[in-house]
Each structure stands twice: as structure tokens, then as C-alpha cells.
Design a protein around this ligand. Structure first.
Ligand code: KIV
Length: 254
């Protein structure tokens, strides 16, 4: 799809019914995100999420998924060493995940190589990495400083060389999303990274506008003004990502 220039539509899901609806709406990739710690379990971050929680939700999503690619997050501290990443990724793959997502940069190169060589596709999550919120000092736009911007690009190239099949980039200026997408051969999926990435992802609860917590600039409620309910909102999200209408400037960082 990257080569053909066709946008990749992605959304998170955590249970049977949402996975079914997303898949039927034509969403190409479903992420069982550790954001479930916040939107499902009500914590104030994703840090309390365990590999057991992830395995349970992957199982639920797997039963509802019809035809979408199924990506699952390795949660906080479940990949602190290469052997831990392999052990925990295997748990999620056995539940039905088709790839795993890890948050970080070049330090993940060895785990990425190991997982890939053992048959587990890896997506590297860069930019704003919510599992490091305490180190980052909050949920802030990343890569504005020229040196940090270059580090993100260089480290994404390292991870691609190590075998990463996909990069997810969160909360960066749209120009960085564009540069990164052009620099890499693998697909780049953006969330708050502008319109130029190869695909877009949103959290289920944000797309339907019912998460009561703080709303990031890139969040758009597709239920507003939609008379067809959840299926209509999903169809509109798919349409707007495919056509490039979402995200617009209002939902991107300069
Ligand atoms: O956990 C999650 O839902 C994510 C998305 C924000 C991309 O990683």
C-alpha cells in the first residue's frame, strides 16, 4: 500500500464487538493498544497494564476480527531485555496477534532483530512514547528541537535495518511525519503526525468521542453529525483517511 500510495487505515480495539465493527468497516489494521489501561481500565497512564491484560484483550479482539491485520502492544517493562521481549511477544502471538509493537528507539535494535528472525514482525513506536511519560515530563509534542528530530529519523532507520516492518510515530510536527515517511521503505503510521504518513491510527474511544479524559489536538470525533451511528462514524473515518481529508491542519502540529 505504501508503494501504491494508498493510505492505511488503523484503529485501536479492545474487545469482540469493536473489532468486528472496525474490521467490517474496512479498517486495515487493528491495534490492541496498551491505551486500554486508560480507556478501559481507567488508570491515568498505560504503565499498570500487564502482559496478562494484553493477552486477554488480544483474545477478545481476535474473536471479533474478520479480516484486519492484528497488531498488539508489548506493555511497560515487558521487553526490558531481548529474552523478555521474545517470551512476552510469543504470548501475544499465541493469542492471535500478527505483529507486536514496542516503544523506543535504537536501543530496541537487538530485540527487533531477535523477534524478526524468530518470525515475529515488529512495529516500533517512536516520537511520543506514552510508556515513558514520566521521563518525557508529560504527553508533549516530540521532535521540535532539530537535534531530537534528527535522532528520531536516524533511530527509525536503525530499527528498519534491524528488521522492523512498520514504524508508528506519535505526536510530532507534520513536517517530521513527512520527512520520516519519505526516509523509510517500511510503512509509517501516524497519530498526531500530520497527513503525509502512509497511514493513520486513532484510539477507538477518541474516534467516537467518549473518553472523558484530556483530548489531544489530533483527536477527532467522527460521530459528530453522523446519523449512521458507530458504523457510520467508522465509515467516515475510513473515507477521510483514504482521501487524505484527515488529519487536516486543525488536527496536526506545526
Ligand atoms: O496504545 C495505543 O493505543 C497506541 C496508540 C496511541 C497508537 O499506541
Amino acid at each position: 500500500m505504501k508503494v501504491k500510495g494508498e493510505k492505511i487505515v488503523c484503529v485501536t480495539a479492545y474487545d469482540y464487538s469493536s473489532a468486528y465493527a472496525a474490521s467490517e468497516a474496512g479498517v486495515e489494521l487493528i491495534l490492541v493498544g496498551d491505551s486500554l489501561g486508560m480507556v478501559i481500565h481507567g488508570h491515568d497512564s498505560s504503565l499498570p497494564v500487564t502482559i496478562g491484560d494484553m493477552a486477554y484483550h488480544v483474545r477478545c479482539v481476535k474473536s471479533g476480527n474478520q479480516k484486519s491485520f492484528l497488531l498488539a502492544d508489548l506493555p511497560f517493562m515487558s521487553y526490558y531485555s531481548e529474552s523478555k521481549s521474545l517470551e512476552n511477544a510469543a504470548i501475544l502471538m499465541r493469542e492471535g496477534a500478527q505483529a507486536v509493537k514496542l516503544e523506543g528507539g535504537a536501543w530496541l535494535a537487538e530485540s527487533t532483530r531477535l523477534l524478526t528472525e524468530r518470525g515475529i514482525p515488529v512495529c516500533a513506536h517512536m516520537g511520543l512514547t506514552p510508556q515513558s511519560v514520566n521521563h518525557l515530563g508529560g504527553y508533549r509534542v516530540q521532535g521540535r528541537d532539530p537535534a531530537k528530530r534528527q535522532t528520531i529519523i536516524d533511530e527509525a532507520c536503525v530499527l528498519q535495518d534491524a528488521g522492523a516492518s512498520m514504524i508508528l510515530i506519535e505526536c510530532v510536527p507534520e513536517s517530521l511525519g513527512k520527512e520520516l515517511t519519505e526516509a523509510l521503505d517500511v510503512p509509517v503510521i501516524g497519530i498526531g503526525a500530520g497527513a503525509s504518513t502512509d497511514g493513520q491510527i486513532l484510539v477507538w474511544h477518541d474516534l467516537l468521542g467518549f473518553y472523558p479524559g484530556k483530548k489531544a489536538k489530533f483527536v477527532k470525533n467522527f460521530l459528530v453529525g453522523n446519523r449512521e451511528g458507530i458504523q457510520g462514524a467508522l465509515a467516515e473515518y475510513v473515507r477521510q483517511v483514504k482521501s487524505g481529508a484527515f488529519p487536516d491542519r486543525e488536527h496536526s502540529y506545526a
